[in-house]
Design a protein around this ligand. Structure first.
Ligand SMILES: *Cc1c(COP(=O)(O)O)cnc(C)c1O
Length: 360
């Protein structure tokens, strides 16, 4: 796509929030990227435009039939003040996989990445540089055609918005308590669990509410058919360290293929630590704990990078992992990946992409 990206300037810039009070998803930058689709002309009119509310027809198809997908990635202020992305081509690819599953037209991955870089360059003062902070990037696409009737829409909007976000944890990784869900399921094989579509998250909230009410931070989902095999946690993939070996559920069509998951696996292989992708039942996890072999459990996802698990509750049978403390491997992986993201550590995998090196 050779299209020019238009720039529509805003009159007044917002006041930047204090780095200490950033939190997550509270603030949005001055500009956003927008592009439209019509079946007659494909994707058109790419533009960087002031961040502002949208106007949509009440019969816009997204409200009724839910063709809505998104991505989540981050830009980091590196040690040398440059701005880095982490494996953004994986997010572009996954966006198209999500489009495909929801019958949304494909995007030009190189073009969108170029647009995202240009948006970040425009908003470079919004990339925070405190410890653990980043600029969260949220690309998303939804159907806009005015029509009531179930079929793929002929019109869509793609937007990219930016939100400066604070450290997920304070100074230290803190282990979370997790509730193993038996009543509700997240995703089925053949369904949409392997892509980032809005409905997956709507469907997860009932269980999350139950977990919250019981004092648990997140849900561990089991497979929808047998309620037996571990799938993933909230919006993270899950890893178990059992007797010196690491196991993570094999991608099966109902698990989201996380970029962080893939990075953790590559890193473990690089370190010669045995790692297997295979079906693992919740019974096996509890049995490993019983034998004293369940050494560490952690989630992996863009938001927290690594999230140690300190406790599991399965049918009111509670087990404590590593004395509610962070395991050494969880800490090492966290340090390595965040070190690479911030340009403080060697990047042997060529994972980082410098935003400044953009040809417009
Ligand atoms: C986004 C997401 C993940 C993690 O993916 P990353 O690419 O590592 O951020 C895992 N599970 C679900 C359900 C997700 O939505």
């Amino acid at each position: 796509m050779k299209q020019e990206i238009a720039f529509i300037k805003r009159e007044e810039l917002k006041e930047k929030p204090d780095t200490a009070s950033l939190g997550f998803g509270k603030y949005y930058s001055d500009y956003m990227f927008v592009m439209d689709y019509h079946s007659q002309n494909g994707w058109y009119d790419p533009r960087i435009t002031p961040y502002e509310p949208l106007t949509l027809d009440p019969a816009a198809m997204v409200f009724h039939y839910g063709q809505a997908i998104f991505e989540g990635m981050k830009a980091y202020k590196a040690a040398d003040e440059s701005i880095q992305l982490f494996r953004p081509e994986k997010n572009m690819k996954r966006l198209n996989d999500s489009c495909d599953r929801l019958c949304i037209p494909q995007i030009d991955e190189d073009f969108l990445l170029r647009a995202i870089k240009q948006l970040i360059l425009t908003e470079k003062d919004w990339v925070p540089d405190g410890e653990g902070t980043s600029l969260y990037i949220r690309p998303f696409i939804f159907s806009t055609e005015t029509y009531l009737g179930v079929r793929p829409a002929n019109q869509y909007k793609l937007l990219v918005i930016l939100s400066p976000s604070g450290a997920y944890y304070g100074d230290q990784l803190s282990p979370v308590k997790i509730y193993v869900e038996e009543q509700y399921v997240r995703a089925v094989i053949g369904g949409v669990g392997h892509v980032k579509t809005a409905g997956n998250y709507a469907a997860s909230m009932k269980a999350q509410e139950k977990a919250d009410a019981n004092g648990y931070a997140q849900i561990l989902w089991l497979d929808a058919k047998e309620n037996k095999y571990v799938e993933e946690v909230g919006s993270m993939n899950i890893f178990f360290k059992i007797n010196g070996e690491v196991v993570t559920p094999k991608l099966n069509g109902s698990i989201l293929p996380g970029v962080t998951r893939d990075s953790v696996i590559q890193l473990l292989r690089h370190w010669n630590i045995p790692v297997r992708e295979e079906k693992i039942s919740i019974e096996e996890v509890y049995a490993a704990h019983e034998r004293g072999e369940l050494e560490e459990v952690f989630g992996a996802g863009t938001a927290a990078v690594i999230s140690p698990v300190g406790e599991l509750n399965w049918n009111d049978d509670t087990i404590v992992i590593n004395d509610h403390k962070i395991g050494q491997l969880s800490q090492d992986i966290y340090d390595e990946i965040t070190g690479i993201q911030l340009g403080k550590k060697e990047d042997p995998f060529n994972w980082t992409v410098n935003v400044a090196a953009v040809e417009v």
